[in-house]
Design a protein around this ligand. Structure first.
Ligand code: FCB
Length: 450
């Protein structure tokens, strides 16, 4: 293979200890929704409902990772990627969400872990990447306070079975996204709506995050424990005090609400008054149980948001001005391509004293790739990744802490409500044949990591 040299970036500039990886999530790649005793997840149910997913797409096969994991692990090795982040499907190992355990599910993840280790790839497990067992949703899902105990029992099963070989753990993926989209807006599973569902889910997920982390620490004393947050750089549309205040509220909601309690700072109720309604669900010594001393915080940043004040939007009094309306370059998700956002969020999160280490656990872009003569020339994605890496270097030069970068994602996959239209992979997938083709971005990353 010829060298794919398109930038002056060099891996050495990031330091020997910098962690390089690629991230995935079970529901987006595995398929096999009822194979080997797996129970249904809220996403299995949601995707089976009419009109929920663009073009009626479903994830019955997805990338067929359940069957073809070995091939994909070989590709990770071929790309020289040393760390692989994947999630465990809770209903695959606990079909109803609670005991007993499905041994076939445990055996499946054991095969993945063993295969990664024998390929010299470090496994990074996300315990919850949105696929709650449906049977628990019937009981209220994350709106039910019992979810904290259900989740704790599930975490205990995972660490007992995988903790001998897996040292890197992430408890919950992007709580603000799945509670916001799934319990407030109803556009993601389980499709619930409203402020009450949202706030209850928010509090229980936060309690579950720290409860899960404590269980990992107790079972695996030398574990490297983190949890991941979506974050975005927020800017007011104008310098008017109304827009500036609106931007502050959006920043509080999107960037602060979930991390601050975990850092022992409590919910940021002063800057977002609707959060005071949470007090109705905070009982006994909850406030003492909301924090945990994480070894690292995973930040997942894709874009920035520009905000204006709007009386029409309840609770937040603010509106996001879309990239399309602003007439700026954007991805297939409609997200503005704005690499300095990564520098800005690193600066913002570095300011929290309680954060020990920051790893960028997701960053990447969806563009309309085309396969021509066996090749995918996705130069926009290559540049997107390079430009974001430049921002990491700038942050490092300015003394900001950042210890790793994981690309979202390995192969094109099932992008939630967007179905298969949004292609984020370093590797192209033909969903009719499951044929993989390493894209230009993947070849560049391989070269960079060599
Ligand atoms: C993040 C999710 C991930 C993927 C990317 C594009 O919000 O964690 O599963 O969908 O966005």
């Amino acid at each position: 293979m010829n060298k794919v040299e398109t930038s002056f970036l060099h891996k050495n500039q990031f330091g020997d200890d910098f962690l390089w990886g690629v991230s995935t999530a079970a529901f987006q790649i595995e398929g096999a929704p009822d194979t080997d005793g797996k129970g249904r997840s809220i996403w299995d149910v949601f995707t089976s409902q009419k009109g929920k997913i663009k073009n009626g797409h479903h994830a019955l096969t997805a990338c067929d990772f359940y069957n073809s994991y070995q091939n994909d692990i070989d590709l990770i090795r071929e790309l020289n990627i040393p760390n692989f982040r994947f999630s465990i499907s809770w209903p695959r190992i606990m079909p109803t969400g609670v005991l007993p355990v499905n041994e076939a599910g445990i055996a499946y993840y054991n095969k993945i872990i063993d295969s990664l280790l024998s390929a010299g790839i470090e496994p990074w497990i996300t315990l919850y990447h949105w696929d709650l067992p449906h049977d628990l949703e019937v009981k209220g899902g994350w709106t039910n306070r019992e979810s904290v105990s259900w989740f704790s029992a599930y975490v205990a099963v995972c660490v007992q079975h995988f903790g001998d070989r897996v040292k890197n753990w992430m408890v919950i993926n992007e709580p603000s996204v799945f509670t916001g989209a799934g319990y407030f807006l109803g556009i993601h599973a389980p499709g619930k709506k409203g402020i009450t569902n949202y706030l209850k889910a928010m509090h229980h997920v936060t309690l579950a995050t720290t409860a899960g982390a404590k269980i990992i620490r107790n079972h695996i004393p030398d574990a490297h424990i983190g949890t991941t947050f979506s974050c975005t750089h927020i800017e007011p549309a104008t310098t008017s005090s109304k827009d500036v205040e609106a931007a502050k509220r959006v920043d509080t909601l999107l960037n602060r609400t979930f991390i601050e309690p975990i850092l022992g700072l409590g919910y940021p109720q002063a800057d977002l008054p609707v959060l005071k309604k949470l007090n109705a669900y905070i009982v006994e010594d909850d406030l003492n149980n909301l924090s945990f001393d994480f070894d690292f915080i995973g930040l997942q940043c894709y874009t920035r948001e520009v905000v204006k004040s709007s009386l029409l939007i309840p609770y937040i009094g603010a509106e996001l001005i879309s990239a399309e309306k602003r007439n700026v370059i954007s991805t297939d998700m409609g997200w503005e391509v704005y690499p300095p956002a990564l520098y800005q969020v690193l600066k913002k999160f570095n300011a929290y004293e309680g954060i020990r280490k920051i790893i960028i656990t997701e960053n990447g872009a969806a563009f309309p790739d085309t396969l021509k003569n066996g090749k995918v020339y996705d130069i926009k994605r290559t540049h997107y990744i390079q430009d974001h890496l430049e921002q990491i270097l700038k942050a490092k030069k300015d003394g900001l802490a950042v210890d790793g970068y994981f690309v979202w994602t390995l192969t094109d996959n099932f992008e939630w409500a967007e179905g298969y239209n949004a292609r984020f992979g370093l590797i192209h997938v033909d969903f009719d044949t499951q044929q993989r083709t390493i894209k230009h971005s993947g070849l560049w990353f391989k070269d960079f990591l060599s």
